[in-house]
Design a protein around this ligand. Sequence first.
Ligand code: NAD
Ligand code: ZN
Length: 245
Amino acid sequence: MDETHVAKAAELLRDAEFACCLTGAGVSAESGVPTFRDLDGLWQDHRAEELVTIEAFQADPRRVWKFHHGWRELIGSVEPNPGHVALARMEKILPRFELITQNVDGLHQAAGSSGVIELHGNIWDTWCVNCRYQCDAKLQPLSDEPHCPQCGAWLRPGVIWFGETLPIDALRAAQRAALSCDVMLVVGTSAVVQPAASLPEWACQHGASIIEVNPESTPLSRIAAVCLSGPGAHVLPALADKLSA
Ligand code: NAD
Ligand code: ZN
């Protein structure tokens, strides 16, 4: 991590009237939640992407539930890392800061961030595929093959699977933020899953500076004003320290 890059990123954030942040699976990597890339091959030789579609659920709901039960168990056992905590600190330091996440793990809220825009839902939300029944599996543990107490149809995890439409309120709020922010901090996303991947592009086209935090370069790196190369759990605390200095 280059100190001059951290200083430049801090300066951009300090000068911004409105800063927002888009996070992806990488921000939770150091909490022990694997990114999808890291999950590949670990799940019965199937790519994780193939298990998070409505087609996979329709073909074999038990198999898809088994995957999600495992994911819930893992997420239920992890804690926010210093990267999540630093983002919660930034919300207090900066005049206006909005956090948009593609993650479904709830770790930003656990670290103290407020008003988090969840683009892909939350791992604990559970919906009936047939009626309007919904529940929170954190408060109400589910059976291995959960069915709706109201109509008997399958329940499904309330996360947005590949190919599904994003929740309209969250998407609108994220788009509004992208079109009006001065700076967008983009942390731990491969920037390939649409439509989230378009948000930094739009922000950039509307004159915002992009700060990328990722150990690897991504399609976004070429438009970023600053690339902070390194894990979020190291880079974000350094950035928050610089901002509060
Ligand atoms: P991705 O798996 O496609 O990409 C992860 C990115 O994080 C990569 O660019 C990688 O270089 C970077 N990364 C890895 N370790 C990092 C670290 N320590 N610090 C910072 N960056 C790091 O993830 P995505 O772009 O979020 O898209 C995948 C989809 O899968 C999203 O919809 C996401 O919601 C979902 N997902 C969520 C979780 C979660 O909730 N924690 C976990 C896996 C996948
Ligand atoms: Zn039902």
